[in-house]
Design a protein around this ligand. Structure first.
Ligand code: P6P
Length: 337
């Protein structure tokens, strides 16, 4: 059967009463922006977009030219998209309300415009991550505080991975679905409906170079993985680490696994490495809608009450039984030391 387009999927969701026209059109605007980002990335060295921008962001990270370009593409696409009350980005210190003249909607859009951008210059997959919240009733000019909603309040989450093919993975709360960009036509076509992440796995993703900085439960958890079938887990494990969250999560969406960026001594003061609002929460929503699980190691990710727009958290997400196992190590440590 011929795959259906993203537009048709969204119309069907609207006709089923699961989304409204504003959210449908917002998703279309974001998808169109991701197509533009894909084209810019695809030019590589020929597009004059590689390398550092010579600027930094609130995260204290040097910005790549494509970080800035991707952020600008998403800002321009949404400034007059007509469906937003405000937006927030990893690349911007504070959120930005949409001016009245731009016919605001009642949604809040958060995004990491180009996650994993340190991989750009070595031609490894990167991605865009986005999350959609409702603007609180009666708020006409939303500020940072209005974005601080737990992940369970998301109405939509998605990521686009810019790899050998450009793929958009999306949930509006009724399953997780995969769309592949048909470059000849310029349309995202559904290539997987209702993804189901296997409950168990033999593959883990973590940056092992941080091992000496991890908390004891994380050290014990990974040490037991590495013992393989002779150890308490009774099976051998494989490891992958792309250092691009979107690429690692997409592998898990595709074949299962567990992804972790735990607390370590280097990022403990900040609460973790990855950002809650526009990395961990959207990925958690996508993974849970695909039958997986997402946790801080001690709490369901989607139930974390945010305290800051750029707040960081420890992340464990993927195959639900493996995430539960990692959480068990942390709970046991908290009980018994
Ligand atoms: P490390 C990319 O910078 C990122 O935010 C995620 O995409 C990725 O999973 C992680 O950081 C990689 O971190 O410490 O391995 O470079």
């Amino acid at each position: 059967m011929k795959p259906i387009s993203l537009t048709r999927y969204l119309i069907e969701e609207q006709h089923a009463g699961r989304i409204n026209a504003d959210l449908r059109l917002l998703i279309e605007v974001v998808a169109r922006a991701c197509k533009s980002i894909s084209i810019a990335i695809g030019k590589g060295a020929l597009g004059g977009v590689l390398g550092d921008a010579g600027t930094g962001n609130i995260q204290g990270e040097a910005q790549k030219k494509l970080d800035v370009l991707s952020n600008d593409i998403l800002l321009e696409a949404n400034a007059w998209g007509g469906h937003l009350a405000g937006l927030a980005s990893e690349e911007m210190d504070h959120s930005q309300p949409i001016p009245d003249a731009a016919r605001r909607g009642n949604y809040l859009l958060l995004f990491d415009p180009l996650d994993g951008s340190s991989n750009i210059d070595v031609n490894i997959s990167v991605g865009t991550i986005f999350s959609v919240l409702r603007c609180p009733d009666g708020v006409t000019t939303p500020g940072d505080e209005h974005f601080l909603q737990p992940g369970t309040t998301q109405v939509c989450a998605g990521y686009t991975t810019y790899g050998p093919s450009t793929m958009l993975v999306l949930t509006v709360g009724h399953g997780t679905h995969v769309f592949t960009l048909d470059r000849e036509v310029g349309t995202f076509m559904m290539t997987r409906r209702d993804v189901q992440v296997p409950a168990d796995t033999k593959e883990f993703a973590v940056n092992m170079s941080n091992q000496r900085f991890w908390e004891p439960p994380m050290q014990r958890y990974v040490a037991d993985l590495l013992k393989g079938k002779e150890g308490p887990r009774g099976k051998d494990f494989n490891m992958r680490w792309v250092a691009s969250m979107v690429a690692d999560v997409h592998r898990i969406i595709t074949r299962g696994g567990i992804f972790s960026y735990p607390l370590d001594e280097k990022c403990r003061e900040k609460g973790g490495k990855l950002r809650l609002m526009y990395e961990a929460n959207p990925m958690a929503f996508i993974i849970e809608q695909a039958g997986g699980a997402a946790s801080t190691g001690r709490q369901r990710m989607l139930e974390v009450q945010p305290t800051g727009l750029h707040q960081r958290v420890p992340v464990f997400l993927g195959s639900r039984n493996e995430v539960a196992e990692a959480v068990r190590y942390h709970e046991q440590f908290d009980r018994e030391g």
